[in-house]
Design a protein around this ligand. Structure first.
Ligand code: GLY
Length: 576
């Protein structure tokens, strides 16, 4: 098929990957269990599972007060912008998948857009090579934030109507103004990410101490300027961020740091409601995010490939082998075909069809790994992890929300726009700065995902709702950059094929392959016999951390069972 012969221009040395593989080879057989075990939490009426506990409780309170899942998601989303600043945000963007009690499904794309002055050469150096410094560390990397428009759109269209936006934002405003005690994953991450934040006095003033060191576990984080910004949005709606003094301060802050965003870029920003990607898997319906996320297409493509095998009868090792073969093929398609759907034509029906999956399946040998070069070519994988955040919500009425949003890197580019309290993203690294150059997650892309004015960079975020007989069955998603899609895949197959309870499905160590580099990454804790089987099939296997956080909810005969991913310190499943 055409996929086998394409993109020779992508070919680049994979010496780096091989070096990494060699240095990890000595531990490839080791079996450590770093993941831990999720606690299953049951709830009769409604539930929120999020990476940060204060914000999860904010959402549950909304549910208890008669709100629906969309109300609770909006309240949680704004609260996490305060309590989980490494990824919760109003300075970034994301995606929300909604199942409504009336049976309808929809999605809201609030991905950041490139400022009007960004073009295909914006992230290249003088020699025409991709310049990671520009796309990851500089203010040029900042996309126009979409979160406020997205959450406001969700509430206006699908909220219960029992609450005003201001009421849903009130807990976030209070948490920003009064402060809260820094703890768990937020506190763990801040010292690691401090080098990026400490470049900007406006960020140090909020996240640092008087001696210039970062706040630590147990310190109070107070964000009065963020409180003022949130209060202005609560009072005047999303236009308070996109037009007027706050927009002007954001543009001024970005430009003072060397970026190109203007007040007009903010004024022109729009969240977009899009039809979901739909698929089926062994009688269940998959509802997931369409482009500019690659997640829904890749997830459905992989599930379609795997549906042709009786995975429940395979050994766990063979199941994971077949899964990694499906991963290679879907990620190769991701690199070539996917980008901003408003700019490039994407063959969605074909990529998500059972027939296309059958063609791919015919290329899989059950006992021999397919070299990535026989599919297409590639890059490296960095251990970027929980830089994005996912939460799942269900209510007593039959609504469900799966929401993933991000600043890209942990604490984004590290810049707070002075006078706004808003921490800004570095999302534009998710473009393919150049066709043969990997982004921070080692992902390759082609012209379909080239930078351009107003474009949305391709994402891996995969907020997903699985329906059974038209009702929410599994709500899942994860942070983790390129790891996200495969984490979601494994939660889905663990539940459907292996009949795991949700705590086990979330906790079970995962595998990852993204086509290039030609390596299967096995999470610490993957059993030795699985690693050995993958190696015997010809795969290079590297055992390491795979920092994802699949905070998920499964329907139960009476109510719901939730599992906060044990990979995140402080994640919480809470319900009533
Ligand atoms: N910034 C990571 C993603 O959107 O996939």
């Amino acid at each position: 098929m055409q996929n086998k012969m394409m993109l020779t221009r992508f070919v680049r040395s994979c010496a780096l990957c091989l070096l990494a593989a060699v240095s990890f080879a000595s531990i490839a057989g080791a079996q450590t269990s770093e993941v831990g075990r999720a606690q299953a939490v049951t709830a009769e009426h409604g539930m929120v599972v999020a990476q940060e506990a204060i914000a999860a409780r904010v959402g549950v309170k909304v549910l208890q007060d008669g709100g629906n899942a969309i109300d609770a998601a909006v309240a949680t989303g704004f609260a996490m912008a305060v309590t989980y600043p490494r990824a919760g945000n109003i300075g970034g963007g994301g995606f929300m998948v909604i199942h409504r009690a009336n049976g309808e499904d929809t999605t809201i794309d609030y991905r950041e857009t490139a400022p009007g002055a960004i073009n295909a050469k914006s992230f290249l150096d003088a020699q025409g090579n991709a310049d990671p410094e520009k796309s990851r560390s500089s203010a040029l990397a900042i996309g126009v934030p979409g979160t406020v428009a997205g959450l406001a759109m969700a509430e206006a269209k699908y909220g219960s109507g029992k609450f005003t936006l201001a009421e849903l934002m009130a807990p976030a405003i209070a948490l920003a103004r009064d402060g809260f005690t820094l703890a768990d994953d937020t506190a763990d991450a801040l010292p690691r990410d401090w080098p990026r934040l400490k470049r900007w006095p406006s960020s140090v003033r909020i996240f640092g101490k008087a001696d210039g060191s970062p706040l630590a576990d147990g310190d109070k984080l107070v964000q009065p300027e963020l409180a003022d910004t949130l209060a202005a949005i609560a009072k005047d709606g999303p236009q308070a961020l996109y037009q007027g003094p706050i927009a002007e301060k954001i543009a001024a802050g970005v430009q003072a740091a060397g970026g190109v965003m203007t007040a007009d870029d903010l004024k022109n920003y729009r969240a977009i409601e899009r039809a979901p990607i739909r698929g089926s898997y062994r009688g269940y319906t998959i509802v997931s995010m369409p482009p500019p996320s690659s997640g829904g297409i890749a997830l459905v493509e992989m599930l379609n490939i795997l549906e042709g095998y009786d995975l429940a009868r395979e050994s766990h090792a063979q199941e994971l082998f077949l899964m990694t073969e499906a991963m290679k093929r879907a990620y190769a398609d991701r690199a070539f075909f996917l980008g901003d759907p408003d700019v490039v034509k994407i063959p969605v029906p074909r990529l998500t069809s059972k027939g296309y999956a059958a063609e791919w399946r015919a290329t899989i040998k059950p006992d021999r790994a397919t070299p990535a070069d026989d599919i297409r070519a590639g890059g490296e994988v960095r251990e970027e992890g929980r830089n994005t955040t996912h939460f799942s919500v269900v209510d007593q009425f039959g609504n469900a929300v799966s929401n993933t949003y991000t600043l890209n890197f942990s604490y984004g580019v590290g810049l707070v726009a002075a006078g706004t309290g808003i921490l800004l993203n570095n999302e534009l690294d998710d473009f393919a700065a150049k066709a043969d150059s990997p982004n921070a997650y080692g992902l390759l892309g082609d012209e379909a995902n080239a930078p351009g004015p107003g474009k949305r960079p391709l994402s891996s975020m995969t907020p997903t709702i699985v329906l059974k007989d038209g009702k929410p069955f599994l709500i899942t998603g994860s942070p983790g950059g390129s790891l996200i899609i495969n984490a979601v895949l494994q939660v889905v197959t663990n539940v459907i094929d292996r009949g795991m309870d949700i705590a086990t499905a979330v906790s079970t160590p995962r595998v990852h392959n993204q086509w290039k580099p030609d390596i299967v990454f096995a999470e610490n804790g993957v059993a030795d016999d699985i690693v050995a089987t993958l190696q015997a099939r010809g795969d290079t296997v590297m055992v390491r951390r795979l920092p994802t956080s699949a905070n998920s909810i499964l329907a139960a005969p009476t109510g719901f069972i939730g599992a906060a991913d044990p990979r995140t310190r402080g994640a919480l499943a809470a319900g009533y």
